[in-house]
Design a protein around this ligand. Sequence first.
Ligand code: NAD
Length: 496
Amino acid sequence: MRTYQEWQALRDTISLPFDAYINGAFTPAQSGETFACINPSDESLLANVASCDEADVNLATAAAKDAFKRGVWSDMAPGKRKRILQKWADLLEENQDELALIDTLDMGKSISEMVNIDVPDSIDCLRWSAECIDKLYGEIAPTHSSNLALISREPLGVVAIITPWNYPLMMVMWKIAPALAAGNSIILKPSEKSPLSALRIAQLATQAGVPDGVFNVLPGFGHTAGKALALHHDIGTLAFTGSSRVAGMLMQYAGQSNMKRVWLEAGGKSPCLVFEDCKDIKAAAKGAAAAIFTNQGEVCIACSRLYIQNTIKDEFMAALLEAAKVYVPGDPLDPATKMGPMVDKAQLDTVTRFIESALNDGAHLALGGVRDYQAGQGYYAQPTIFTDANHEMEFVREEIFGPVLAVMTFDTEEEAIALANDSKYGLGAALWTNDLSRAHRVSRQLESGMVWVNTWGDGDTTVPFGGVKASGNGRDKSWHALEKYTEIKNTWISLK
Ligand code: NAD
């Protein structure tokens, strides 16, 4: 790992991409418009980035459709696609420090996390998806002997992918790796708050041999580029990660246009339950602090609701406040920093508004609170913990997407489960217990796509990631993600 000074030196030499990537080349927006990409740690300008809209969507879709129809990627032998994707993974690895730096500058996440988690996870996802694709066999159905019924998997065509800003490279890769491996042509619209790493990896994809038109990147806003993609008739599938509010809009756009298939990975308000039989209170408190303060709380699976069994409340709270001490906001380029700034002023304002609403609703401030914002010094928020919260309070019900924790208590297991499930969301949940039967019993009853027992946030490319209820309908990673990006076809052949 480079030192703080070495990262600063690299920052001063790096050149950042700023144009859209269409048909294998950097291209300005048709309108000539740009938007400012700001470093949230010091509010300096990083780049003026192409602001794409419907005209660019039409251009990229035509290129993607043409590439698909010509079969330059879709008809390529899966083993050959695999080799190109593996070469791309090698190039990402060669440029891993640059990619880590780009996301840290662009959205403020700590460089240590980028180096240790986001970049290696993204490369692993790409390698794994590439490795799977020449092992995906078709089937022959057990029909009457007078017929042969083949069940084969085909690529879908042009797939639009819309991603959020909180894990810029990783959220992109979880979708584009399986979608490209399956042979589709892609149009990616990264978040306007963190578009830079997507542009850089597109350039490296071309270098690796991904044919022109197969992987296009359109930076731009949701209501322009994003909406135009979601309404486009030549896009058969839309895969989205982002808020539940926008996820709902995308379903409407699909209905208004061509009934495109819409895969949604949306928001969360995950619960963490700590039972009195929890073996190691210190470890659980450390886990609960990480579950809300990692990545400044800008994590879809952040456990922003913590429920402690009443009998251990005081002991656990003391351990939690101790564990929270390591989350001191600082320059994300410093490898020692565990918590950077919020992604932008709007997100800082959202966090501030929720803290004020918690105070107005009568929650007790146990740590942090509103920090005075000084213009030009970055969008830093404090790690914040409220006790005496309840489900009537807005900050307990709504996703904040910041470092704000609501602590509540319970007496019985039934009560804990009821409280955990009393949410419109169902993405992740964590529970801490030393009772094996309770671990299974509670996990089964939690309305949640993912459950962590005596841990939080563990993940692997081999394991699906996604939620239920308003947290979405799709799964990233694993074989299940590959299924999302292929179509099943039956072919009946008469043997008479
Ligand atoms: P967001 O919904 O505001 O934006 C996500 C993407 O949608 C962006 O690219 C944005 O430009 C685009 N968009 C916005 N309006 C649009 C419209 N009308 N039409 C088409 N596209 C539009 O979310 P965000 O603030 O970028 O990200 C935070 C959210 O993402 C949180 O809710 C978080 O929980 C969620 N998230 C979920 C997962 C998961 O796997 N379930 C992972 C990461 C983040």
